[in-house]
Structures are given as structure tokens and as C-alpha cells.
Design a protein around this ligand. Sequence first.
Ligand SMILES: Cc1cc2nc3c(=O)[nH]c(=O)nc-3n(C[C@H](O)[C@H](O)[C@H](O)COP(=O)(O)OP(=O)(O)OC[C@H]3O[C@@H](n4cnc5c(N)ncnc54)[C@H](O)[C@@H]3O)c2cc1C
Length: 420
Amino acid sequence: MSDVIIIGGGPAGAAMGSYLSMAGISNTIFEGSHFPREHVGESLVTSTTRVLGDINFLETMEREGFTHKYGASWHPPTGNEFSVVFKEFPQEGIHQDYTYHVERSKFDHLLLQHAEKLGSKVYQGVPVKQVLFEGEQAVGVRVNLDGQDTDFPCKVVVDASGRGTLLGRQLNLKKKDPIFDQYAIHAWFEGVDRGTGPSHEYIHIYFLPVERGWVWQIPINDRVTSIGVVIEKEVFKQSKADLSEFFNKHTMMNPDLARAIKNARRINEFKREGDYSYSMDKFVGDGYVIIGDAARFVDPIFSSGISIALYSAKFASEHIIKALETGDFSAVAFEPYETRLRGGVQVWYEFIRLYYKLLPLFTHFIQSKTHREQVHRLLQGEVFDREEVPVLQAMRDYIQKVEETDSHIFKQHLSSIPLD
Ligand SMILES: Cc1cc2nc3c(=O)[nH]c(=O)nc-3n(C[C@H](O)[C@H](O)[C@H](O)COP(=O)(O)OP(=O)(O)OC[C@H]3O[C@@H](n4cnc5c(N)ncnc54)[C@H](O)[C@@H]3O)c2cc1C
């Protein structure tokens, strides 16, 4: 019997297993699918390096040759591309000036194997059916093992089931985001013209002349590029176009992108993602914690998901380790984790909301001497344990000024997103 059972072997679950095993705590990961399995979310932010370093996984990242990501470029539909280069503002505790783009099937598989090597017991192809409770206290899980329902008791259950949101659904904790209801269509391509300059291995984000519409271009390796169109779900529903038509029409809307993919050839099926912005009412309870996408998901415009997943594992593991020392497995013992994670994710959320509210503001702030470093810090994923984030207030104040000034050049760019 393990002290801790982890539901899901994605980045959040595998990082949790790694942290616990390194602390000498017995843990079992039940992963419902068989790895390698495909997954969306292929570009990391630099703060992930800290966690990958903690669990001694950076050597594997280098050995396996994941593409180095040194920066990011944005392309408004009117041209005038602009970029950030990560080395401009070094980060505390991080000793490389790049992060990575990852083929998720390979990255997730290696990370799960890493957790196993460190001591996690890993079952694949074993979905958890439900978390078992005695009163309010989580006491184990029921899995389907070789076609039979089998119960596994434990002291702490960690839900890392991603957008499967197992506990959120079981306990009815899941709330859809009131603002964002985006939809993504993506595939891999060969023959994308990424240029030859330093930006050829950056992530490229192309703005579309459609509210909340954008496209990612992520270099998976020398040959393969991931491209995804993100749009409001309602816009997709109303268009009645099939995936291919919709994708082609929207990628033609940004001239830089149209040029980059002129000779590109799709090499796998289109995939779609929807209904992905939500939060659970709570991330902890007696005997359980919820981490990664299973706890909360914010819009992926700034590639924040894996960073949040890894940090949630790091923070929650600290409280699980403590709980095993003290014997206190109550919700109260885990609450500091929830506060810390919510605080950081809320910074991402505000940044994303202000970004979508007034697109040219982001362009303006990132190029301004006063705000550039602060915007970089957010893009790096430095969102946790912050007492204040002055740049977000400055963005709000600026938006208010635009709203109040009819003649402001940005006025026509204000979107319908509410600020509160
Ligand atoms: C359109 C889009 C674009 C994105 N782009 C990026 C990006 O560029 N960069 C980035 O960092 N993030 C991105 N993300 C987010 C990223 O995909 C996630 O944040 C990340 O995968 C979260 O990791 P996780 O471990 O919490 O969940 P997952 O990676 O989803 O892992 C959860 C695991 O749990 C397993 N599971 C589910 N239910 C059960 C069950 N009942 N029993 C056992 N196992 C179960 C699943 O099989 C899965 O392997 C994007 C997301 C979307 C939707």
C-alpha cells in the first residue's frame, strides 16, 4: 500500500510522484491511458526550468534533444513583428537562457518514466473510476484493473487527471469560466518557412483580425512545426465550416503566417480542443489535493499550462510531506497550497484578461522602457508568491483611460471582455 495515490501521469502527476519519491514517500500513479500518448501544449515557459531542475530532469531534456526556445515573437495582422529574448532578464535560480518546445508524447512519457525511476509505482492503462470517501475524508481510489473493480486505500489522494477533472466532476466542484470559451484546431506541418534568423526556433504568435483569435507556430523539431488556430467557440460554431476550411481561412488572415505556411504540408489529422477554461471551487479537502489542469485551467495564450502544472505539484508536495510527518491530513493542513496556487494563477488570469481586452496595449507595454521588465517577468511565469504586480494595475489604468477618451487611437481596439 502506498501513502499517496496520484490520479494521472501527465506533467503534474509525474512531477508530484518525483517530488514525493525524492522525499522517500511511497506513491502510486494510476494513468488511464498507455504512454506515449498525444497531448496539446507543446511550448514551455522559462520558469519550468526550476522545477525540471529540482527533480533532476534537465539532463534528460538535453540528452533527448528537445528544441531550445530562446524567445517569442508576435505578429499583428498589419505586420511589425516584435519579439522577446529570454536572456534579456535572467531569472533567479535558473542557469540557462532558454526553455523548450516539446513533443508531448515523448516529454510526458520520459517524465513519467523518470518518476518511476525515482521510486513511484506506475500503472498505465488503469483509469481511476472514483475517489473513495469515508464521510468527508478521501481514503483511497477505485480502479479498473484487468476488467475488475479494485480498491486501493491511501492516506492522501492527488487528483492530477488534467481536463478529465475526476474529483471536480465527482464532487461537483467544476465552474466554467465566465468570460473565456475558446476553441482550438491544430495539427503538425512540414515545410513551414520559419526563416533563418535567431527567431526560427521561437514560438510565433499571429494575431488574427477577429476578437480573441490567434494562431500558434511551435517548432517541434527541425522538420515538424505545430500550428494551431484559437478562436471563440461561438465563432467556430456559427461558421459551419469543416475543420480544414476553417483552419485554412483563418491562417490566411495574417499575411506573415500566410507567407510562412505557403508551401507547408499537413502530416497528421486536425485535432480540436474546447471547453478548456474553468476552475474548481476548491483545490483541497480532507485527505485530497487537486493539481494541474484538474484544479484550474486558464487560456493558453501565454503557454502557462505546464508551468502551472509543475508548480502545483511542487507546492502541494511540500504540504503532503508535512502532513505525513504530522499525521494531519485535513483540508486545513492543505489550504496554504491552495492559496499559493490560486494567487499565482490569478496573476496569469488577469494578465490574459487585460491582454484580450486591448491587444495593442500588450504591444505597447512590452516595448515600453517602464514596463518591459515586468511584462517579461509575467511571460517567464514568475507569478507565484507575489505581494503585488504593479504592471497589471498600470494596464488597467491605461485601459480605463482609453475607455474614457473617445479620440484615443486604441479606442476601436477595445474588446467586449469585462474588466471585473
Ligand atoms: C489549445 C491548448 C493549447 C495549449 N498550449 C500550451 C502550451 O503551449 N504550453 C503549455 O505549457 N501548456 C499548454 N496547454 C496546457 C497544457 O496542455 C496543460 O496545462 C498540461 O497538459 C497540464 O498537465 P496535467 O498533468 O495537469 O494534465 P494532462 O497533461 O492532461 O495529464 C493528465 C493525465 O491524466 C490522465 N487521466 C485522466 N483521467 C484519468 C483517470 N480517471 N484515471 C487515471 N488517469 C487519468 C490522462 O490520461 C492524462 O495523461 C494548452 C492547452 C490547450 C487546451
